[in-house]
Design a protein around this ligand. Structure first.
Ligand code: ADP
Length: 179
C-alpha cells in the first residue's frame, strides 16, 4: 500500500521548537500529517522501563516504542517529534529536520518550563555542542538532513513554508500513488 504522506523526523534539543513547528505544519501541510510527540507517547503509554527522579527523565523501552510506531510509520503521513533521532530506523525517514536555537534564548525557554538547573545546563551544553545535529547526520543520509534556525516567529513561518514546499515535491514525485 502506498504511503499517504511522508515520514518527517522533527528533532532538536528540548526547547528548540519541535512541537510548535509540528502543530503549525499539521495545519499547513497539503497532505494529512499525524503529529506524534514521542516524549508524551512514551509517558502516556508507559513505553519506558524506569523514571529517573533526579533527572526527571524516562528510560525508554526502545523495542516497545519502535514496535508501536512501525505500523503508523508504514502508513506514512507522520511527524516524529523527539529530542533524539538515532533510535529510528534509517529506512523510516523521508526528511529529518533539526531545529537549532541560540543557547541564551534556549536557556530562557527552558527556565520558563521550570526545568531543574542541571537539566537546563545539560540541554544548553548539548545545543552548544550541536549533539542532536551530529546524531542526525551520523544516522541518516546527509541529503535528507536539514538544519533550521528556530529563534523567531519569522523563522517558524519560513521553516514551515519550506517543509510544506518539500511535501508538495514529495507528493508530485509520487503522483497518483499517494492515497
Ligand atoms: N521559532 C521560534 N521562535 C520563538 N519562540 C519559539 C520558536 N519555536 C518555539 N518557540 C517557543 O519556545 C518554547 C518551546 O517550544 P516547543 O515547541 O515546546 O519546543 P520543543 O517541542 O522543541 O521542546 C515555547 O514557548 C515556544 O513558544
Amino acid at each position: 500500500m502506498s504511503p499517504k504522506g511522508p515520514v518527517i523526523i522533527l528533532t532538536g534539543t528540548p526547547g528548540t521548537g519541535k512541537s510548535t513547528h509540528a502543530q503549525l505544519l499539521v495545519e499547513e501541510s497539503p497532505v494529512p500529517l499525524t503529529h506524534i510527540n514521542v516524549g508524551e507517547w512514551v509517558k502516556e503509554k508507559g513505553w519506558f522501563t524506569e523514571f529517573d527522579q533526579e533527572w526527571q527523565s524516562y528510560t525508554v523501552d526502545e523495542d516497545k516504542l519502535l514496535d508501536e510506531l512501525e505500523p503508523l510509520v508504514a502508513e506514512g503521513g507522520v511527524i516524529l517529534d523527539w529530542h533524539t533521532c538515532e533510535v529510528f530506523p534509517e529506512r523510516w525517514a523521508d526528511l529529518v529536520v533539526v531545529l537549532r536555537c541560540d543557547h541564551s534564548q534556549l536557556w530562557e525557554r527552558l527556565e520558563k518550563r521550570n526545568y531543574a538547573l542541571k537539566k537546563i545546563q545539560e540541554n544548553n551544553e548539548a545545543e552548544i555542542m550541536q549533539v542532536v545535529l551530529e546524531e542526525a547526520r551520523s544516522s541518516y543520509p546527509t541529503e535528507i538532513v536539514v538544519e533550521l534556525t528556530s529563534q523567531s516567529m519569522e523563522d517558524l513561518e519560513a521553516n514551515v513554508a519550506r517543509i510544506v514546499e518539500w511535501i508538495v515535491v514529495w507528493k508530485t514525485e509520487r503522483g497518483s500513488d499517494v492515497s
